[in-house]
Design a protein around this ligand. Structure first.
Ligand code: NAD
Length: 505
């Protein structure tokens, strides 16, 4: 498998100066000899060098995955044996929890609390799928007379899994766990900005007993390696999480070979606060809803609509609390808000805020890059609250992917629903109310895959996660994800005494 320029790498420590590709059970350098750097967004300093996959490496990874799928033992293991390996992966991750958390913080600049929560969820996701596959099975179907029909769930084959930079280990686990649980082989392409924890997760899976070739990790450029995987004839399915424009390109490319596709894309999620809400709970939940993960979340509740009768009270308290949020050393327990992923994203966020100002909106908190003592070369943005907006403004329409929220009053429930649905996206949404009938009505009317009711959280292992409209399709993190990594085979048999001869000849 390894070429002349490839060197097998030491994978003992999770924190290293150089990280390899993970192909066919080995950590190796790219055949091209190319590497790329990752940076700590909190400090701007170089963190590590990472082998940068070429299309030749990606081809090797697909070949390894295909070989493992066709000839290997993984998909033939009894379910209980695969489940045991998934539990072992979770066990190793737990043993190395602090190291994984540290690596994730260094690579992303996110806060300690956020990283701890996300690594925990990644671990629990492996445990969830270890249990879920036990109940994932075909059906026996009603048939007339001497016929019998049952179905089997077969792994879809080789899957390319392309993930974004905002939740690296969590997204890797959302992809890897269900796919290997059902017996698929995979090639994961992490985001170039944050490849480290996906690489070490691949290695951990191998140490836990996943056979060589079943999991391959190829960090590299989206346009080169990502696109190559999407077009590859030996890839059966593409599972993509990322931006809506790239998702559209992937769907178009995958249509050439009719690959199975699931797309988890962008969002511009509404957050509705009704006059009968517990206002303090709504404020706390809305702060978390937008500023968690520095606003770099697909389901960030970035459009806040508040009933006019409680608008002034809510606004005043919400702005005050926004100003109290602590930015700073991501490793400090008291830090609420971590860094922005890179300079480019910082400029994008600032551009949106400037466009809001030019459009006549009012900045009530934040509104500019932040200077953090001791982290002057990192990328930081002040948590920002914008009012005085209309629904035509760019800042209301487009996904910003940063700590920026717009806030608007509404008069009545119908108007709130209309505003919530006035978007091309349909991923998350939140309702704050103590009126059960209203919660049911509004929750039913919102066109989004997730409705959070008096709750700041959007997902736990077991809860379906995915979008309506241009937020994509397919559901991850849940039992039905297993269906998206399997084909249903129908077996129809005849048990009659007399041969069937429909043509009568
Ligand atoms: P992105 O679309 O730029 O990149 C995502 C991944 O796709 C990366 O690995 C990238 O290298 C790869 N890629 C880029 N071009 C490609 C191409 N032509 N072919 C194949 N792969 C390609 O997104 P990002 O900036 O990394 O992440 C932010 C986006 O992800 C936001 O829009 C966010 O809403 C979305 N997201 C969605 C979810 C969800 O579950 N719905 C979760 C997290 C993030």
């Amino acid at each position: 498998m390894t070429g002349a320029t490839q060197t097998t790498m030491d994978t003992t420590a999770l924190k290293r100066d150089i990280y390899g590709l993970f192909i066919n059970g080995e950590s190796i350098l790219s055949e091209s000899g190319r590497t790329m750097n990752t940076y700590n967004p909190a400090t701007g300093e170089k963190l590590a060098e990472v082998a940068k996959a070429s299309s030749v490496d990606a081809d090797q990874a697909v070949a390894a995955a295909r070989h493992a799928f066709e000839n290997g033992k993984w998909k033939k293991y009894p379910i209980g044996k695969r489940a045991k390996v998934l539990h072992k992966i979770a066990d190793i991750m737990r043993e190395r929890f602090n190291e994984i958390v540290e690596l994730e913080i260094l690579d992303t600049g996110k806060s300690l609390a956020a990283a701890q929560g996300q690594v925990t969820q990644a671990i629990e996701n492996f445990e969830f799928y270890a249990g879920a596959i036990v109940g994932h099975r075909g059906t026996v179907n009603p048939m007339p007379g001497q016929f019998h029909n049952y179905t089997e769930k077969e792994p879809v084959g080789v899957c390319a899994q392309i993930i974004p930079w905002n939740y690296p280990i969590m997204m890797a686990s959302w992809k890897i766990a269900p796919a290997i649980a059902v017996g698929c082989s995979i090639v994961v392409k992490p985001a170039s900005l944050t490849p480290l924890t996906a690489i070490v997760l691949g290695e951990i899976c191998s140490k836990a007993g996943v056979p060589a070739g079943v999991i391959n990790i190829v960090p590299g450029s989206g346009s080169e390696v990502g696109n190559y995987l999407v077009e590859h004839l030996d890839v059966d399915k593409v599972a993509f999480t990322g931006s809506t424009p790239i998702g559209k390109d992937i769907m178009a490319s995958a249509s050439e070979t009719l690959k199975r596709v699931t797309l988890e894309l962008g969002g511009k999620s509404p957050n509705l606060v009704f006059e009968d809400a517990d206002i303090d709970a709504a404020i706390a939940g809305s702060l978390f809803g937008i500023f968690y993960n520095t606003g770099q979340s697909c389901e960030a509740r970035s459009r806040l609509y508040v009933h006019e009768n409680v608008y002034e009270e809510f606004l005043h308290k919400f702005v005050e609390k926004t100003k109290q949020l602590k930015l700073g050393n991501p490793f400090d327990e008291g830090t609420h808000i971590g860094a922005i992923i890179d300079e480019n994203q910082l400029k994008v966020i600032d551009g949106y805020v400037k466009s809001a100002k030019e459009d006549g909106a009012e900045i009530l908190a934040g509104g500019k890059p932040a200077m953090i003592e001791g982290f002057e070369n990192g990328y930081w943005y002040e948590p920002t609250v914008i009012s005085g907006v209309t629904h035509e403004m760019t800042v209301v329409k487009e996904e910003i992917f940063g700590p920026v929220v717009i806030i608007m009053p509404f008069k009545e429930e119908k108007e709130a629903i209309k505003l919530a649905n006035d978007t091309e996206y349909g991923l998350g949404s939140a309702i704050w109310s103590t009126n059960d009938a209203r919660i049911k009505r509004v929750g039913g009317a919102i066109r989004a895959g997730i409705v959070m009711v008096n709750c700041p959280f959007s997902a736990f292992p077991g809860t379906p996660f995915g979008g309506y409209k241009q937020s994509g399709f397919g559901r991850e993190l849940c039992i039905e994800t297993l269906d998206l990594y399997t084909e249903t085979k129908s077996i129809l048999s005849y048990y009659g005494q007399r041969p069937i001869n429909p043509f009568g000849i």
